[in-house]
Design a protein around this ligand. Structure first.
Ligand code: GCB
Length: 647
């Protein structure tokens, strides 16, 4: 198909899209928001915590720690939620712990919630890494397989059983990774008693970040009426000056509900209305959602208010949910990535959810600082390497116009046994959960189903074909990719992706110290991939470690100068190829981050252009100058944002 046809096809599909036809999940996962019908009670703060140090890590289950207060089972410590537990104490055994840890907190539930049988009370965990089991007052209520994504359960009937007892929430979390988890890993027991103590084992995996664990995102209770808005899907488009918001609302708890839908602009004006569970809102003189630095008013959001009314004979229920909506389109040709039919060039970063002390725990000061740094850099995009980030971060992206490649935790799939049926089945469910959670974010423009899998192995073809086709069926409106570092000629999944995303580290992992090879090797890389697949290419990772404060001229590896020259050498080639088919460049990495200990890592990965404490290295200034220059060339900047005036 030639480019215009592909584009046309995309637009038609957008309007006809039925999002959830292939989804294996039967309920929605709307972000908990307060409204006139919904209350939210955050359970963040200090929880009681106990790691199960027993040899098989199973004492907590054997002795049913969930049945009584955790403090009655043995010694507990304070543990902040949200946070990884690893760096909170001085105990190396807890930092490197593998197995079950137990969290507990008693909650005072508002009497009104308990008294009103027409209120649903939902317990929601933003994410816990990796496997979680949840009890309320000693009764198991749910379990969840996988970190980085939310799960929830209705607990109204349990807390109403005996309103005089406080609501005790126990959450057991296990960070063990197996061949079938995402990411995968293996446990290796060392039985040679001349070398290792009794019971010694390690967790092996093939990814380059610390396997932080615990309750990483907010835990909360929220209410809805018995009849409620369970899920909303929006797909947007526009024709000339008219915006189109196609919506679908699913309802639970009522056979017959009346729905009214109102779209409200930033000034509080109602711009379109509709009734019923599905429809199209037409917005005259639409204000489109634009990326940062591509338009003078980026990140424009409407608010879609969904109002449900239902009756069950005895009572009537009203539920109100407001969803932020950005109206924009995304499409791909063989050489371009288009947002609102205009070529978009990704000049951005790869990140990690990672910082001192809290590890992967959600931290508002850090989030806001990172957005300020990205805007300072002139970055218009990032990839959620290598797992879904907090919804709160995506909401910031929506509001600030930062474009996102949304990646699932499919990182380190290298062992042939991780291409089996059980792994694929789980991977499909994770994509269902990811798309269900993030489908309505205008900032999310592409799904990434994996990072650097062993794509040359024979089973990779069926695996990635299935995964990519499933993801496209889930969401026909966004391109799908995975990130490759394999040989262009033998990559089994590349025929199925919409955009080729390539990672390479010339003069680092190959030809270390030889900066002069970068131009030729990078040029060859691009020509090979484009020559074979004729798809647009993003350089999804490149970079070099730099220990801040290490200097050398001529440059040597690990100095700030070496990192600078690597970047500049890549940039020269990008500048030639972006006139053809290269549609983006994402530096590895935004900031230094923690990894497992090893001979190639100096207290973590130092490829950040910022330190882990978010101070700039020399490379940050190189990148800043470049990104603002690119923005000036490719965007539609208002005069006050033009580099260098804004510096
Ligand atoms: C990669 C990986 C990333 C690593 C990076 C590195 O290709 O995708 O997770 O951290 O290289 O620095 O080695």
């Amino acid at each position: 198909m030639d480019p215009p046809e592909r584009l046309g096809m995309f637009r038609v599909v957008c309007l006809l899209a039925v999002f959830d036809a292939v989804c294996l999940l039967d309920t929605g996962m709307l972000f908990p928001r307060e409204s006139s019908s919904r209350e939210v009670k955050e359970l963040n703060g200090l929880w009681d915590f106990r790691a199960d140090q027993s040899p098989n890590r199973n004492q907590g289950f054997d002795r049913a720690w969930y049945k009584s207060r955790l403090a009655e089972t043995g010694p507990v410590i304070d543990m902040p939620v949200p946070a990884s537990y690893n760096d909170i104490t001085q105990d190396p055994a807890l930092r490197d712990f593998i197995g079950w840890v137990w969290y507990e907190r008693e909650v005072v539930v508002p009497a009104r919630w308990v008294a009103d049988g027409g209120t649903r009370v939902v317990l929601r965990v933003g994410s816990a890494h990796y496997y979680s089991v949840v009890w309320v007052n000693g009764v198991k209520v749910t379990e969840h397989d996988g970190g980085h994504l939310p799960f929830e359960v209705e607990i109204g009937s349990l807390i109403r059983k005996d309103p005089t007892v406080p609501c005790r929430i126990t959450i057991a979390v296990n960070n063990t990774l197996t061949l079938e988890t995402l990411p995968p890993g293996t446990i290796q027991h060392m039985d040679d008693r001349t070398k290792y103590p009794e019971g010694f084992f390690v967790q092996n995996f093939n990814f380059d970040f610390f396997n932080y664990a615990g309750i990483h995102r907010p835990v909360l209770l929220y209410t809805t009426p018995k009849a409620y808005v369970d899920d909303i899907t929006v797909v947007t488009d526009f024709l000339d000056n008219t915006g189109l918001v196609k919506y679908n609302v699913s309802v639970q708890g009522a056979a017959n509900a009346t729905l009214s839908v109102t779209l409200i602009d930033k000034d509080g004006r109602c711009v379109a209305t509709s009734n019923g569970p599905a429809g199209v809102l037409k917005v005259v003189d639409v204000k489109l959602w634009w990326p940062y630095l591509m338009h003078e008013n980026p990140g424009y959001l409407y608010s879609m208010e969904v109002r449900l009314t239902a009756a069950d004979g005895k009572s009537t229920f009203e539920d109100v949910y407001s969803l932020p909506v950005g109206i924009r389109t995304v499409s791909v040709t063989s050489t371009q990535f288009l947002i609102n039919n205009k070529p978009f060039y990704f000049h951005g970063v790869n990140k990690h959810e990672d910082s001192d002390i809290r590890g992967k725990g959600l931290d508002w000061p850090l989030i806001v600082k990172d957005f300020n740094l990205m805007k300072w850099l002139g970055a218009n995009s990032f990839r959620t390497s290598h797992y879904p980030y907090a919804e709160e971060i995506l909401q910031m992206c929506d509001r600030h116009g930062i474009v996102v490649i949304d990646e699932c935790p499919g990182v380190g799939i290298k062992d042939i046994r991780s291409f089996g049926k059980a792994s694929l089945t789980h991977h499909l469910v994770v994509m269902d959960e990811l798309v269900r959670r993030d489908k309505n974010h205008p900032s999310v423009v592409m799904w990434s189903v994996a990072n650097e899998p062993a794509a040359e192995m024979p089973p990779a073809e069926f695996y990635f074909k299935t995964l990519i086709q499933h993801t496209k069926a889930l969401d026909p409106t966004r391109p799908v990719t995975y990130i490759t570092a394999s040989n262009y000629a033998r990559d089994k999944g590349a025929p199925y992706v919409d955009v080729i995303c390539v990672n390479s580290y010339f003069s680092w992992y190959h030809d270390p110290g030889h900066l002069e090879v970068i131009p030729i090797q990078l040029n060859t890389q691009f020509e090979n991939w484009y020559g074979k697949y004729q798809k647009p290419i993003i350089q999804s990772e490149y970079g070099a470690d730099a220990v801040p404060g290490l200097h050398s001229d001529p440059p040597v590896m690990f100095t700030e100068e070496y990192q600078k020259v690597v970047l500049q050498s890549y940039h020269n080639v990008f500048d030639q190829k972006r006139k053809q088919y290269v549609i983006g460049e994402l530096i590895w990495n935004f900031a230094d981050f923690m990894t497992v200990q090893g001979i190639t890592r100096v207290v973590g990965n130092k490829k950040g252009v910022f330190t882990r404490q978010r101070q700039p290295k020399a490379a940050a200034f190189i990148l800043r100058e470049r990104y603002w220059r690119l923005a000036n060339e490719t965007g539609i900047l208002p005069p006050w944002t033009k580099y260098p005036c804004s510096l």
